[in-house]
Design a binder for this molecule. Structure first.
Ligand code: ZN
Length: 196
């Protein structure tokens, strides 16, 4: 019998975008049951952006479902990135030279699914409805920081507290990487140097 697949993916570049640590994650739910989940580190530093991470999540997820799905199955791809969804549906053009090849790979993977008579739908969802993929993305980031022995300060919102400077006073503090979505701040740790 034909099955209904839901692929939810996410990606983020933390603690700064661009140029931070790009990670992504995805989950695959089949007929209402969690079937598969995965996360990975895309890269660190030059060339890393939120969008690169989002596309990496999409490509990983589509590669997974491609191995699992059969003729006649239905796929709904969910993302909280309106940009990625609109680029993938063709509503927005892809202007970034960095994104174009990634968009090409994702488009090819969807074409392969459709060739197998699999119906593919792309859907924008709220961050609230993409919590699992977001959590996996953040987990990959935290694990990488631990592995690399990076100092980091998790914020309660799932973001990261990063060094900031008040432009008026020169005062240093830690502020959430998800500002302005999260306005959490804390005092700068005295024993820590400012990362460049
Ligand atoms: Zn926060």
């Amino acid at each position: 019998m034909a099955k209904k697949y839901i692929l939810s993916f996410d990606g983020a570049c933390e603690p700064q975008n661009p140029g931070g640590i790009a990670t992504c994650g995805h989950i695959i739910v089949v007929d209402g049951q969690l079937q598969h989940s995965d996360k990975k580190v895309v890269g660190e530093g030059a060339g890393m952006t939120n969008n690169v991470a989002e596309y990496a999540g999409l490509i990983e997820g589509l590669t997974s479902v491609n191995q699992m799905m059969e003729q006649g199955d239905k796929l709904e791809v969910r993302s909280d990135s309106q940009l990625v969804i609109r680029q993938m549906t063709g509503a927005y053009r892809v202007k970034s030279a960095r994104i174009r090849p990634l968009h090409g790979i994702a488009t090819r993977l969807i074409r392969e699914l459709r060739k197998k008579q699999i119906q593919v739908k792309l859907k924008w969802v709220s961050r609230e409805d993409n919590k699992e993929a977001d959590a996996l993305t953040h987990e990959a980031f935290v694990e990488y920081c631990q592995k690399m022995r990076y100092e980091y300060h998790p914020c309660g919102c799932g973001g990261t507290l990063v060094p900031r400077t008040n432009k008026q006073t020169g005062h240093k503090f830690l502020g959430c990487s998800r500002f302005p979505r999260c306005r959490n701040t804390t005092s700068f740790p005295a024993n820590e140097s400012v990362p460049s």
